[in-house]
Design a protein around this ligand. Sequence first.
Ligand SMILES: *Cc1c(COP(=O)(O)O)cnc(C)c1O
Length: 342
Amino acid sequence: MSNVDLDWANIGFGYIQTDKRYVSNFKDGAWDEGCLTEDPNVVLNECAGVLQYAQTVFEGLKAYRTEDGRILTFRPDLNAKRMIDSAKRLEMPPFSEERFIDAVDKVVAANARYVPPFGSGASLYLRPYMFGTNPVIGVKPATEYQFRILVTPVGPYFKGGAKPITIRVSDFDRAAPRGTGHIKAGLNYAMSLHAIVDAHNQGYDENMYLDSHTRTYVEETGGANFIFITKDGKLVTPKSDTILPSITRRSLCYVAEHYLDMEVEEREIPLTEVKEFAECGLCGTAAVISPVGKVVDHGTDICFPSGMTEMGPVTKKLYDTLTGIQMGRIEAPEGWIHEIKL
Ligand SMILES: *Cc1c(COP(=O)(O)O)cnc(C)c1O
């Protein structure tokens, strides 16, 4: 089937409605068999649990077109597992890993003509999500839920190459209420919106959140984990049980160790140490790695010697290797690549 006619290089990162979405409903203690539907609208009771108490979790992953026309997704099993963890933390019923991967397969295959061509820099973004649907007024979990996956093509995250960004050390507390920082839930994002708008108003691209308990250690930004490169070429990344366990970060750590022969340290990183690093990047599914050129800590600039004008050399190697694996150009570790059967 030939692709839809879109200007792939210029579609940006926004919602474009596609042909089909996957839906499954949970009722009377069980998920139904699920199906694909053409209807992009969700009609809910006015008192639905998600509308009252924000009982909703989500995931994000991408499907890529290879040079020989196949369609690949990257480690969807990890998204499935993380969504189960997120759901449990918000007292929602888990959607099994097998069902999740089956739903990914079906929804991508049904929208294959929206998977951007190889080399365009664009990809198909998948957004699995789940929310409480039945009326809830007393504070308690819903008893009925809907699981959905929508897909939308997204353009290259960086138009004209990755330009390093400037971030500030945030005075706002951790985006996520304590104890929910390690789950992917809309409530954490809602709590971060004010800090993001404020950062943008002050001319910064992002917030660096510190641990909310001591305000001493680096945590993450609103939607991406940090990686740092030391002057002697080690990869260092924050150890914390209140940051979201990024799949991109886990993959980059593996690539650093096993493909690039680098040392990797996951440990607490005091803010005072940040000025010692050679490179800094933000990692997540959307951009893979966004290089950070400068961190501003209350009027003091911390500039990274590599990466003020372009991605630093080690960050670039990590980026090229991981994206090569994701696009099927570089051989992947066992189980990382999941091919969609068409
Ligand atoms: C999604 C997300 C990330 C990035 O995780 P990936 O699995 O790499 O996409 C990082 N931090 C937060 C808070 C997130 O929600």
